[in-house]
Write a protein that binds this ligand. Sequence first.
Ligand code: COA
Length: 331
Amino acid sequence: MITLKTPAGNSHAGLIGLGVYRPTRVVPNSEVIEAIDSSDEWIRERSGIIERRFAQSHETAASMGAIAAQNALDDAKIKAQDIDVVLVATFSHRFQTPSAAAEIAALIGANNASAFDISAACAGFCYGIGIADSLIRAGSAKNILVIGTEKLSDIINMSDRGTAFIFADGAGAVVVSPTSTQGIGPTIWGADGNARESIIMDPDLITAGKEGIPSLLTMQGQAVFRWAVGSMGDVCNQALAAAELDVSDLKAFVPHQANIRITDAIIKRINLPQHVVVARDIVTAGNTSAASIPLALHALRESGEIKKGEPFLMVGFGAGLAYASQVALAP
Ligand code: COA
């Protein structure tokens, strides 16, 4: 029997750099309420959102992702040429193919990297961290850029009461590399494809192309809310148990910034102690899907609420219905 060489992996992986890009245009609730017959109070109360950011017309998911990626490289003090894999979580890139990752790799000069996108919507960033951790420990790569980037303002119906006030634009990225001790806990992940129609682009791209109508994001808000509140606490508890960390040992909880009421419900389910900082970037950033976790982590780092090496819990969830959670040490 022929046996092949098993690749020699690195024993440990961790996050060593973080960078973001926030579009400059601030869009307060007052700008979105007219088209959906809503109010500033309703939006604040139901979602926590006060304002969000929309990208300019010339900006794209890839161009914003490239800026976040460069900022993460600078933070990690690593050159683009030393990146082996560019991995992008997005569902608002302009092309089905080629990938946003290939475009970003070219924009930042990551000429030695493989490049591919992950389609896991709001869970995409946590999927990416899990994949990057595994690739490094399996010996398939050394330095990996994991990027979450979205220009959702291009694919939302500004007259849809269930989505227009929630979604927004932005990008965040981390560098994942070999480290001397493990900086990423085991990833707990999954997907319930039977419920995939509860967040879906409508119509599908083929129909949209044939009929000349835009394919836009639709969501059954209550079904998604119930699923997230009912299941994500358990997923978080599994991620904590897998990392062998008690919830009281956390420095911060950085959930996907879906909706502040979902965050509050998960906090209750996992009995999060008062001293653990909770990321509430959604208040001024809206729901930026795959970008929301790195953006929220960056905000905590900027305010000094989390420092390098301190443990935080992430959980991403959304279309698919896909979810993923892990503990990591802050870059
Ligand atoms: N502005 C003002 N009123 C609105 C409204 C809006 N944008 N959308 C709905 N309403 C009204 C409805 O007409 C209804 O009024 P009624 O009670 O007089 O009939 C009432 O608010 C409740 O409507 P409902 O559709 O049940 O809203 P909700 O309480 O479920 O809140 C969401 C809607 C979208 C905020 C909520 O479903 C939600 O947070 N879902 C999860 C969304 C999410 O996080 N998605 C991202 C996952 S990645």
